[in-house]
Design a protein around this ligand. Sequence first.
Ligand code: LLP
Length: 418
Amino acid sequence: MRDFDNDDGHMLFGGMRAEAIAERFGTPVYVTDENILRENYRRIYNAFSKHMDTRVHYACKANSSLAILRILEQEGSGIDAVSVGEVMTSMKAGFPASRILFTGNNVSTAELRTVADLGVPINIDSASELERLAGIDTKIPISIRVTPDVGSGHSEKVVTGAKGSKFGIPADLVVETYGRALELGFRPFGIHAHTGSGGQTPEPLMDVVSVLADMTNAIKDEHGLDLEVIDMGGGMGVPYRPNEREMDIEELASAVTDIILDETSVRTVALEPGRYLVCDTTVLLTRCHDVRYTGTKNYIGVDAGFNTLIRPAFYGSYHHVAVANKFNRAGEGKYDVVGPICESGDHIARDRALPAPEEGDLIAVYNCGAYSFSMSSTYNSRPRCREVLVNNGVAELIRDSETIEDLWRHQMIPKRLS
Ligand code: LLP
């Protein structure tokens, strides 16, 4: 887990006191450090590209804020998009269609048509999708997503590659599906799999590349088709807890590219990191408004609930928390950090050793760059919060908070009820 500097008891983030950022922009607020984002991109791209031609397709479901996308576009990234919304948002941020790969799941023919019309390459997810796309356009570049029968992930909710998964072509049907694609007039350029998200060990990612290498060779033997790209998906883990080990990206890149270069004639590897690029770039700053001692539990009541950060409530995920204005002060008791949502599952953190809290304290929640703002909601009619980008001590607003009026914007009351 990435930790932050301490300036005389105050947490520093991106060269600024976290308290100064919270005072200026209000809370709750997501704050991203641009330098960390750029470093993360360069680290993973360089690890792979020193071995072979590499395409990084950022899985923008993790965080699709325009400023974040802009930075990754500048770095040379591509995009893994799962919806027309993600495709168009990426294009708005400056990505050309050719650097986006659309990997939908159970998408409608209308959505496929829109994506094809935008000229975005499509990663086929099912036999049905292949037949439906053939009715639209067979000249569009395609790859095919397979179920590798290798799964990984921090929760069963995010394992995608295991046998029987709803994602991809079942392993035993892959070779014949490439045959069908050729028969329909497509010329697939690649093969793709994604094991799942948030696993902490590299082994499943190495295993999946072995499976894809074998399939690539079987496709070549059967159909004489030389694939150009093996796409290993995302799932590169990030440590969320203090002292948790980082995934060794250098070792992963070396192992994966060895498999591809030694066992196949493919010369381009693609990867789709989401969490790895953005997770540790961002903290959520949330203000303590309420402190209560119940006899059995001590609560720090803050202004971010599971409307703002759903991962702890939804997956039971651990996010490290610290008191930014009592930074690195020893814990004086155990506290649950809870939000304003009217459900008892509204937890940000449980049983954490923290300095004695007071109303007005500022709580920093770590590792909130991935699947955090992008999964936030307006539940309990609480408008979504702001996002701020920090660059070497300069903070800028990149998304304003929604207003109460925004909550009503797309609603109407039938005349007869007025
Ligand atoms: N590629 C595909 C096809 C995916 O479905 C995903 C994530 C990724 C790449 C990126 O995976 P990553 O590198 O970020 O692990 N909301 C969950 C995570 C869901 C991930 C869904 N797919 C969470 O908060 O942990």
